[in-house]
Design a protein around this ligand. Structure first.
Ligand code: NOJ
Length: 513
């Protein structure tokens, strides 16, 4: 069962490059995160996920790790990171680091050693064929770059060779089984990295491509799950409070593999993408549920979500996200009124929610050339907009040195601007998160019952003793529902209940208690 603290956790995802720069070099840093902890706490977030902040050539924004045990100099030092753990803990904030177990950078010392012709401890740390001209059927692979006669398998970009956890089904002579000593050594090396940071105060990990470890795995990911359950056993013994959040997007598998939370990601076709990003699924019309009058259907989300929820509610949590560093910001498609309803819903559903930095002020997606392997993702990774001072308060450095350009449009939202406006998205986020913390029924483990998901009616659900209704369209919607004896606890827009009929005004959200 998941660590207890997760029940009331709300995460804030920080892309460290772009959050807050304290030394004027144009790149965010760890001291910058420390400086903004009170802001994060004030939002109602009590946990952080920091994207990889380790030494890296940054060909994939740090997801190409060169040294797992060293903070990238551009962000600071290991001491800075330990200081962040300590200061965050004093403020009641937990910190998850990003663990990238499936691959390293091609510049990692393990890989350099693995490329050598002469056999050594690291020869089988990665997946190699046994001849310089041998293909690795079914896998992306690279040849011709190493002293060793062999080609190696990639896990993602060209710069990210796949670590060797063994093959579930061995069908080539060069493939090692999962119980091969080299495959076991890889697993132990990852545990060693986890221990390194956990023993210094880190509270757990978001795990990159968690389902990708064992190759030729079966559909249920039996091999990879076995590895994570082994890791979980280590954590239960040595760091029982540590939280593990997987990038897997299959809670039924991930939570059974020992994860506490699994992200429900919004790749095209997923139910989650129909809430805010239906343009992923269609060529022309956008029927995102939270888009006003777009004819969205909440069941496109619920059909997938409820299957997972019902299957996993006793095992751990599904994590809904406003966005992440791989996703187009929701403001791309939805205006602030629409976002208020979307966030209020996401933050009142079960599971452990994640807010991506800047989404609380409705930061916009920027059309930009690619940076550090970002491609279209780059536009969601721009500097945080704190205020209207130089570089929107992100950095005192030169404009040309900024990691990415700040949003220079005249009406770019800023934290200072939103704080001064009682009607802002930021205030809605703060209010709904404060409410979530004050009501156990709204927290991760609280019960969920769907009351109404019919077309033409408000979407109504119950969290314990609370009844919640949302109507993203512009016209009022009603449903027969007796809420006598209940009163409105919180609302956006208008709502009321009379003679057994609940009426929810256009673009409204309401919680009855
Ligand atoms: C998923 C990460 O979220 C993404 O940013 C990265 O490029 C890939 N995994 C490869 O590590």
């Amino acid at each position: 069962m998941a660590a207890k603290w997760l029940n009331d956790a709300v995460f804030y995802e920080i892309y460290p490059q772009s959050f807050y720069d304290t030394n004027g070099d144009g790149i965010g840093d760890i001291q910058g995160i420390i400086a903004k902890l009170d802001y994060i706490k004030g939002l109602g977030c009590n946990a952080l996920w920091i994207n990889p902040c380790f030494d890296s050539p940054f060909k994939d924004a740090g997801y190409d790790v060169r040294d797992y045990k060293k903070v990238a100099p551009r962000y600071g030092t290991n001491d800075d990171l330990v200081e962040l753990f300590n200061v965050a803990h004093e403020k009641g904030i937990r910190v998850l680091l990003d663990l990238v177990p499936g691959h390293t950078s091609e510049e990692h010392e393990w890989f350099r050693m693995s490329q050598k012709a002469e056999k050594n401890e690291y020869s089988d740390r990665f997946i190699w064929t046994d001849f310089c001209f041998a293909a690795a059927p079914g896998f992306p692979y690279i040849g011709g770059e190493s002293e060793r006669s062999g080609t190696y398998v990639l896990n993602f970009f060209k710069c990210q060779p796949a670590l060797n956890y063994g093959f579930f089904k061995v069908d080539q002579p060069w493939q090692k089984p999962m119980n091969h000593p080299a495959a076991i050594a890889t697993r132990e090396a990852i545990k060693d990295i986890m221990r390194f940071w956990l023993s210094r105060g880190c509270d757990g990990f978001r795990v990159d491509m968690a389902s990708s470890l064992v190759k030729n795995d079966d559909e249920k990911k039996t091999g990879t799950s076995r590895i994570w359950r082994d890791v979980r056993r280590m954590l239960d013994l040595e760091f029982p409070e540590a939280a593990m959040v997987s990038e897997w997007s299959n809670p039924s598998l991930a939570l059974r593999a020992g994860y506490d939370c699994d992200f429900y990601l919004n790749e095209p076709g997923s139910g989650y993408s129909t809430l805010m990003r239906d343009y992923y699924n269609h060529d022309s019309e956008d029927h995102s549920y939270f888009k006003k009058d777009a004819g969205g259907d909440i069941n496109r989300f619920l059909d997938q979500y409820l299957d997972w929820y019902n299957d996993t509610k006793d095992l751990g949590y599904i994590s809904l996200i406003t966005c992440n560093h791989d996703t187009i910001r929701p403001r791309y498609n939805l205006d602030e009124s629409e976002l208020k309803l979307a966030y209020a819903t996401i933050f009142t559903l079960p599971g452990v929610p994640f807010l991506y930095y800047g989404d609380e002020i409705g930061m916009r997606y920027q059309e930009l050339p690619t940076k550090e392997g970002g491609y279209y993702r780059t536009g969601s990774r721009t500097p945080m907009q704190w205020d209207n001072s130089k570089n929107r308060g992100f950095s005192a450095g030169n404009k040309e040195d900024l990691y990415l350009p700040v949003d220079e449009s005249e009406d770019a939202p800023t934290v200072a601007g939103c704080e001064a406006d009682p009607d802002s998205l930021l205030h809605t986020v703060k209010e709904i998160l404060a409410l979530r913390h004050s009501k156990t029924d709204l927290q991760a483990a609280g019960d969920l019952q769907i009351v109404c998901s019919e077309a033409g009616k408000p979407f109504v659900y119950r969290r314990g003793s609370l009844t919640i209704a949302v109507n993203p369209d512009s016209n009022e919607k009603e449903v027969t529902l007796d809420l006598s004896g209940h009163s409105i606890l919180w609302q956006i827009g208008t709502a009321g209940c009379e003679d057994g009929v609940l009426k929810v005004g256009g673009q409204s959200f309401v919680i009855f208690e």
